[in-house]
Design a protein around this ligand. Structure first.
Ligand code: KG4
Ligand code: ZN
Length: 330
């Protein structure tokens, strides 16, 4: 079955055609980074307007690149939660309109679960029960995965998401948005142990995350330093921040793997692109198979939405009703 995936929950307008949940025939992402860069984060109203302009051309491009006809599409999968309300509504309403006019079913997909499905798309036979680790700009969580359609949250962040912490620290260092890639780049030339930044322990909740204290520690360190910073100081700050944030995630995942049944670990979300993160997981959890999405499927995309939509539809063949709501929280 060919599935059209649609994603518009935040600042990427994306569409993809995926065959039987795994084979990606096309995937197109129109990023809005240029629009939000000067605000250091996503401006929801501007994001909605850009989505409404981009969504049909992006879908059109995905169909053309896939070399199939729209008449061969059997299902539409669309992100309906979580995300920003305006952006979600544009994707959901587009899916409803196309479903009506093409006379095919559509299904709402959870964006966070789809980030984990992105890692399953490249693993031959996913094994369950497993642990899921979602690390993005909006989410940081650990969950139990019992099947393609069964996710149970174990822990989450009590304040900032890890990607948000990368973005905020990047802004403190005068780096562009989104902050993850430039911080990773600087960190490669820096000393990860030059500054002793705290890991975010949450009282009585050893698996929960907290990144706001770490961000404030970087701010206080900066205030003690003479400006302008040397390039080496910037690299050391980036490396020390990255080390504190990412080793905390690897350690908490290791702890969770001792508490919950775990045959493998699936990771997803924009921060899962980070190569230092991959090294730290390999170092600290060498005994459990780790599955990472292809780099371009770590950040927001519609291939993961089409893929998980296919699995959910195949499991019980129940499409979403036309009354399907956009829901901002998962
Ligand atoms: O998954 P995603 O595209 O969007 C959400 O669902 O939030 O994640 C975007 C986040 C941004 O905060 C960005 O700074 C971060 O992922 N990110 C990275 C890297 N690439 C993107 N963080 C650390 N290292 C990276 N290489
Ligand atoms: Zn995302």
């Amino acid at each position: 079955m060919y599935v059209l995936g649609i994603e518009s929950s935040c600042d990427e307008t994306a569409a993809a055609i995926v065959e039987d949940g795994k084979k990606i025939l096309s995937h197109v992402v129109a990023s809005q980074t240029d629009l939000h860069e000067k605000y250091g984060g996503v401006f929801p109203e501007l994001a909605s307007r850009r989505h409404s302009e981009a969504i049909l051309p992006v879908i059109d491009q995905a169909i053309q690149k896939s070399n199939i006809s729209y008449k061969e599409i059997g299902l539409i999968a669309v992100t309906n939660s979580p995300g920003l309300m305006g952006p979600l509504l544009i994707g959901v309403n587009t899916a409803k309109a196309l479903s009506l006019s093409w006379n095919i079913p559509f299904i709402g997909v959870n964006h966070v679960e789809a980030h984990l499905y992105a890692a399953m798309m490249s693993s031959p036979n996913p094994s369950f029960p497993s642990l899921g680790v979602v690390l993005s700009g909006g989410h940081t969580l650990l969950c139990e995965i019992d099947g393609f359609n069964s996710y149970k949250k174990i822990s989450t962040t009590v304040d900032d998401a890890v990607g948000e912490a990368f973005d905020k620290v990047a802004s403190l260092l005068g780096l562009p948005y989104p902050g993850g890639p430039p911080i990773e780049k600087l960190a490669k030339k820096g000393d990860p142990f030059r500054y002793d930044f705290p890991s975010g322990r949450v009282k009585r909740s050893p698996l929960d995350f907290s990144f706001s204290g770490l961000k404030t520690a970087v701010l206080y360190q900066l205030q003690k330093m003479k400006s302008p910073l040397t390039n080496q100081e910037k690299c050391d700050l980036a490396a020390s921040f990255q080390q504190a944030a990412l080793s905390d995630i690897a350690e908490k995942t290791l702890l969770a793997s001792k508490t919950y049944p775990c045959q493998s670990i699936y990771l997803g979300g924009g921060v899962a692109c980070n190569l230092r993160l991959r090294e730290l997981f390999q170092e600290k959890i060498p005994h459990i198979p780790l599955y990472w999405p292809d780099k371009e499927l770590c950040t927001d995309n519609a291939a993961m939405i089409a893929g998980l939509g296919f699995q959910n539809f195949a499991a019980n063949l129940i499409p979403s009703p036309l009354s399907l709501a956009a829901i901002t929280r998962s």
